[in-house]
Write a protein of this length. Sequence first.
Length: 813
Amino acid sequence: MRYFADILLPLPLDNLFTYSISQSESKLLQNGMRVIIPFGKSKMLTGFVMNVHQNPPSTYQAKEIEFIIDESPLVNLVQLAHWKWISEYYLTPMGQVLKTALPSLFLLESETELEWISDDNLSKITNHSSREIAYLLQVEQRLSLQEAQKRMPRKSLLLAIQELLDHKIIALKEEVYQGFRPKTKNFLKLHQRFSSPEIMKDLQDLLLKKPLQKSVVETLAKLPLDSNITSKELQELSGVSSSTINTLLKKEILVRYSKIVDRFIFEGKTTQTQALSHAQNLAFQEIKESFNHKKVVLFQGITSSGKTEVYAHLIEEILAQNKQVLYLLPEIALTTQLVGRLQRYFGEQLVVFHSRYSQSERVEVWNKVAANDSKARIVLGARSSIFLPFVDLGLVIVDEEHESAFKQYESAPRYHARDSAIMLAHLHETKILLGSATPSLESYYNAQHNKYGCVTLSERYGKVIPPKVTLIDLKESYRKKQIKRHFSEELIAAIEQVLANKEQVILFQNRRGYAKFLECLSCGFVPQCPNCDVSLTYHSSDHQIKCHYCGYHTPYFSHCGACESSNVFSRGLGTQQIQEELAMMFPNTKVGRMDFDTTRKKNSYEQLIKGFENQEFQILIGTQMVTKGFDFQNVALVGVLNADGLLNFPDFRSHERCFQVLQQVAGRSGRSNKQGQVIIQTYSTTHPILIQVVKNHYNEMFESQLAQRELFRYPPFVKLIRIVLLHKDFQKVKEGAAWFATALKGGFQNHVLGPEAPLIERIRNQYQQQILIKIPQDFDLKKSKSFIKKIHKSFVSVGTFRSIKIQIDVDAY
Ligand code: ADP
Ligand code: ZN
Ligand code: ZN
């Protein structure tokens, strides 16, 4: 009898590979366990068991697996089902989903390094090959699997490695097993010989003339034995400096020991959640009631209504059942205030999952979640946390569900974390809450059509009145010369007033840098990026002009690159320029700037927020970043320097987004007990969206935008799939795109648009062509997608097209 396992590999391939296994292995192996397999001529890869059976592959000779890594599945069945859904829905090979979903530490391959640990157990090794590898590593200290393999036949190599790993003679670098590098901390204690009271007495006598040292010993003697006190704490408690501690260490009166500590311990104090207001409590009850009938509930609560408080109360109930909560946020880095707040309520039960975490840290979170550890009951994370191995998920919350950061644009799978989370909740048979002040059109549409439950909270906490929003007509201001630099008289007056009251101002400008671009007034020349079809942006801080797409930069010349005229002028308006203008107009006022350029350094973002919170500066100017869920008590005015940039962005969602951004930024004003003010400068004072913002009319915005979507056939009335083709050779990509579009039209007829060049035709020296498919609601989505897959396959088989890169984006918005 022969046995086989179908193995999923972390490669951009759809098919599984069948490997041969022994009968005993067939009993051991479960789906979701990792094995090492030989791949190609000499590679070794980690794969996942997807199926164990007895049918030999028909077209190739099955190779044998090398070894089994896990004793139990690393990936659970719900995860596998979820990833399969992502793979099918987003037209991405399963292997690629796997690669995105797993911390790369879990994927041992030929390049993985082996590391020497100790020869403590070496005497127990009798096998010749094992000893040989051990000696090799003892000399080299570190060796990759591949290098080791060159010196030994593969089969005996892996058995040998296994044996050495088992005896802890070697380890995998950044251990793929449970080991990895745990975080340790050093502590101090009295040497063991002072454990009896008599010797203690002697010791104190001995130190009689050394009051500082004596103080340390006395401090320690008073503490319980297992106090785990750090050197710093000991210094503080006994009032000595580090040199005293060092002396005691040298005399071996004190000894140092280290312990593994939890990386994620919360060291602050926790507090109770706040009592809910009447309105909040109503919403809280309604949400729970709604969950009785609906799996998905949309929670529309205006800014400052205290949605977080409601979430916290829901979370408490789930924790009481020892179940897990996934709390998704669009961007962790931008929400330090929220993280802090939830941490105060839930302490070490909450773990944050961050894209900036090291691989070891990710593995640590992974393991905790897999074990339903009480120290990781709540996972607060950005989109990639949907891939964690939840075992008993009780609730999913998607905060700011309308945010575009939930969608992964850059690389496949191009998934939307909100939509994937809905599927995750479904597979776990649990509930999901989508929260926002300004829901996405799609979610609101689903709520209106009874697909989702819907709960609203339309009162600000503490009954704070919503801010007063005013539009300022820039055309008029310029005509009447009532404008200084980029500030209308009204905005200047309002800023002066607020500053006089010792309150704070937030100014919003959607563009970073100094100005959008430079233009020669003599010949019209605008410097362009040599790699991308975009204008370069001037940054005055380092006098460079930069491309925001590929990072290209070059020194700024004050003379035109084409005609050498010195009449070069900057057009457009960036945050940095606003900051300089403010410095001229309000020389005595401190201004902080928050944008991509000023927050790149670690913690710079937190420092800006803290500084503004502590009123170290009065005006904060920034891009999109300042619209995030901040809560500053003293902000009385929000100014938008130019709303037109938001309106004129060529995208079918730009109006919806404009409304959302302006509502969010307006929500920063007047959180205290006084009505806030919002001033929006624009050339389009009669634009319906701006009027809806002034009137604070989400519903009106929704109705009018929805009508537009229906008229021009956009989601939710169609499924939008974008196919982008990329190649260095313009002619080739054009031909390829024409072929692809024609083939698609065979199935979708006139629902295929294009091919055409996207807004920016060339990025990083690659020409792009895009094709849009608008799949009507009455088409079968599964069949439509497999049709696209089929075309993709035949496209790749056309020899000349093979080098064209293809990106498929389902729900491309
Ligand atoms: P949202 O997220 O809906 O914009 P927040 O949750 O940030 O609103 O709440 C706005 C402010 O009101 C915060 O400062 C918060 O601490 C406060 N707040 C909200 N609900 C309560 C409550 N029940 N008790 C005390 N303070 C509250
Ligand atoms: Zn560029
Ligand atoms: Zn010129």
